[in-house]
Write a protein that binds this ligand. Structure first.
Ligand SMILES: O=C(O)CCC(=O)C(=O)O
Ligand SMILES: [Fe+2]
Length: 391
């Protein structure tokens, strides 16, 4: 059996996670098609306990309903690792403001920066403001840990909900990477070198609220502008029934990726596209704000939880001896049958050949969160924003 790739698409496939040996081959073929043709798919029957998901989802409205003073206590501006709370109106994509409020979270990691100025980019990743420890393969909360926010008394149980969710989607991501590797003809461990140094890798996520604009007459603004994701793959939970997510095909049309209950949306990032010499498609996507109408104001914000499964921050794909992958002929033929990746509205994260992956991430973070960049990485900030903070 082999895949039928297409150079363009008008819908996004739904693929069921394999639960038996017989399902396995079907799954690999469907995944191969998604990797090469669409860059996006819905994953149903994923092995993540429904209670882990529903517990996290139940906290989201409560998190954003906290008083502004509480949310500001864990503001991202205080984190050189770009973790914590971002208030409305301070995030940008392609220079235009994104209308969303969010809390950036991450799997546990110590900063790897040793104080050398030219290696400051390594500080892009470090401890989350939602505190957790990773010891001996399991997450442990320590009573003597420095106090982090939101405090347990403010949102009891929230940290555990996050830690459980991150732990489950990390496991899912690890399994998917092996399947992806198989679908690309590399065997289950063919991509392992990109992620086997745990200390240099941090998976990141965010809990996002897209409010309904307070004024306006039915129009739909920019929730988040057109972009590619950076890492190997993104596992997205659409945590409310709102439409808004759209995916761009090669003709430039925006295809709706509205929520399907019981599924995650999975998409592939630029790191995987570069690592696979363009076999895998990183697909341009965006989110529209809910329509600015009285009806939607009654329903309230759209919520989502994207989780970005990353690679070792020191990988520089241009170092071909170390990082180049050799693909079987039949996979290269599928890429050629699909054709070249065309122009889209997204252009970000194009530096994976020349820069270490952590630095590429830092460039993106500074462009999205210029106020945080200005405070913690002033030199790079000045390069990207010679006229100061965007308005
Ligand atoms: O909120 C969503 O559905 C997607 C968000 C997204 O694409 C991102 O944050 O990278
Ligand atoms: Fe994205």
């Amino acid at each position: 059996m082999s895949s039928t790739v297409v150079s363009d698409f008008s819908s996004i496939p739904v693929i069921s996670y394999p639960t038996s040996f017989e399902d396995h081959e079907k799954f690999i073929i469907a995944l191969q098609n998604a990797l090469i043709s669409t860059g996006f798919f819905y994953l149903s029957d994923a092995p993540v306990p429904p209670s882990t998901i529903s517990t996290l989802v139940s906290y989201i409205p409560k998190l954003f309903a906290l008083p502004q003073t509480e949310k500001d206590k864990f503001a991202m501006i205080n984190s050189p690792h770009f973790l914590g709370y971002t208030k409305l109106g301070t995030e940008f994509t392609k220079g235009k403001v994104d209308w969303r409020e969010q809390v950036d979270i991450a799997t546990p990691m110590k900063s790897r920066w040793n104080g050398e100025e030219e290696e400051r980019w390594m500080n892009v990743w470090g401890p989350s403001q939602v505190r957790s420890f990773f010891l001996g393969g399991c997450y442990i909360r320590r009573n003597d840990a420095p106090r982090k926010y939101p405090d347990e008394s403010v949102l009891p149980g929230f940290r555990d909900a996050i830690i459980n969710y991150q732990s489950e989607v990390t496991k899912l991501g690890n399994r998917l990477i092996k399947y992806i590797s198989e679908a690309l003809g590399l065997g289950p461990d063919g991509l392992a070198k990109f992620y086997d140094v745990q200390e240099k890798m941090q998976h990141r996520g965010k809990i996002v609220s897209y409010p309904v604009p307070e004024t306006g007459d039915g129009e739909r603004g920019q929730g988040v502008g057109p972009h590619f994701d950076a890492g190997f793959l993104t596992i997205l939970l659409q945590a409310s029934p709102h439409p808004g997510l759209q995916v761009q095909n090669l003709s430039g049309e925006w295809i709706d990726a509205s929520p399907i209950p019981g599924t995650f949306v999975v998409n592939f990032g630029r790191a995987l596209e570069f690592a696979t010499q363009g076999i895998v498609r990183a697909t341009s996507h965006r989110v529209l704000s809910p329509p600015a109408t009285a009806e939607w104001r009654k329903i309230g914000p759209r919520y989502s939880v994207p989780f970005f499964h990353n690679i070792d921050m020191c990988v520089r794909m241009g170092d071909k001896e170390k990082w180049r992958l050799e693909f079987p002929e039949h996979i290269l033929r599928l890429r050629d049958a699909r054709g070249k990746l065309g122009n889209t509205d997204s252009i970000n994260y194009g530096e994976f050949l020349t820069e270490p992956s952590g630095k590429v991430q830092l460039f993106g973070r500074i462009k999205s969160h210029p106020d945080v960049g200005e405070r913690h990485y002033p030199e790079l900030f000045n390069q990207f924003f010679p006229n100061g903070l965007p308005k």
